[in-house]
Ligand binder design. Structure first.
Ligand code: GRG
Length: 308
């Protein structure tokens, strides 16, 4: 299954790349005036040529599990929207004022390849494009579903989600000189917001696109939470065990920044044991779909066992 999963993920990544490239051309859309060349190039640098495209893959797999009649093309607007939001977060996270990273996906970060002002605007442009894609009628014929998708992504990406989690993360590094060092629960909460919320949004949005009942939306919400937590635990493990060339970005940064991680609190073995439990719980949630859910179960394994 691992090989089939890796093949499906790379094939889907290719489609996402095509979908993003098509939206990031230099042709102004109705309501736009012109697309400035330097900004467009920076947005293309941020969004194209790299990335696992895991969030859009999860979105599409959940949608197709619930409605096998959906094609990749049907799901492309929502799938590219969530990837745009993710790419924006990476551009802003790499900025000198945030993590100050020079390498991302094996290439110079956007502010290094261009400049800081262009990188801020490229992130803003990708964030805005995400909501453009979701609100366009091409995304889904039912305006109520489109509005629900917009709300899912806004709540996951904003103040009480990813952006809020990033703020808590900066505070936990002692940036603002206030408050006590974070405890294990503080770290769990900030990680669920910073990283988990967007992964949860991917599975919830996929469920909505697949025509889920409310019960199924919350089941896939839980599935996404588990994958999100596993993703972050694996990320913390990789920070202490992987090399820069495997990751295409700097590693061993958490300890260097004095960052409390669950690996630092619990140790490598306890984190590995928690990952095993999370994969088991994720697999159990897929039981009603039997062998048809093998690809999503493989995704849970991939996230927990990943080396990149
Ligand atoms: C700056 C608003 C703002 C938010 C930043 C997501 C995030 C919040 C920061 C990224 C920092 C980071 C390395 C978090 C750990 C988990 C993570 C999101 C890793 C990168 O995601 P992958 O592995 O990357 O899915 P690819 O390149 O495969 O898309």
């Amino acid at each position: 299954m691992t090989a089939a999963f890796e093949a499906a993920l790379s094939e889907f990544a290719r489609l996402i790349e095509e979908g993003l490239a098509a939206r990031l051309d230099d042709i102004p859309r109705p309501g736009e005036t012109t697309r400035p060349a330097r900004l467009l190039a920076a947005m293309r640098h941020a969004a194209l040529a790299g990335g696992k495209r895991l969030r859009p893959f999860l979105l599409a797999e959940v949608a197709r599990l619930l409605n096998p009649g959906l094609t990749a093309e049907d799901l492309m607007p929502a799938a590219t929207a969530i990837e745009c939001l993710h790419c924006y977060s990476l551009v802003h996270d790499d900025l000198p004022a945030m993590d100050d990273d020079a390498l991302r996906r094996g290439r110079p970060t956007v502010h290094v390849a261009y400049d800081e002002a262009t990188a801020i605007l490229a992130g803003d442009g990708l964030l805005t494009l995400a909501f453009d894609l979701l609100s366009d009628p091409v995304c889904h014929p039912d305006p109520a579903i489109r509005a629900a998708l917009v709300l899912d992504l806004a709540r996951a990406g904003g103040l009480g989600g990813m952006v809020g989690g990033q703020m808590l993360d900066l505070a936990a590094e002692g940036r603002f000189g206030d408050g006590a060092a974070p405890n294990e629960n503080d770290i769990r909460r900030l990680q669920a917001m910073k990283t988990g919320a967007l992964i949860r949004a991917a599975t919830v949005m996929g469920a909505r696109l697949g025509g889920a009942s409310e019960g199924e939306v919350s089941r896939f919400g839980r599935f996404g939470e588990i994958i999100g937590l596993a993703f972050q635990l694996a990320d913390d493990l990789l920070d202490v065990t992987a090399t820069e060339s495997e990751m295409g970005k700097a590693v061993a940064k958490d300890a260097a920044h004095g960052k409390g991680t669950l690996v630092a609190f619990l140790g490598i073995d306890a984190v590995r044991a928690e990952l095993d439990k999370l994969v088991a719980e994720a697999t159990e949630l897929l039981a009603p779909w039997g062998t048809r859910s093998e690809m999503l179960a493989a995704a849970a394994h991939f996230v927990a066992e990943r080396r990149r």
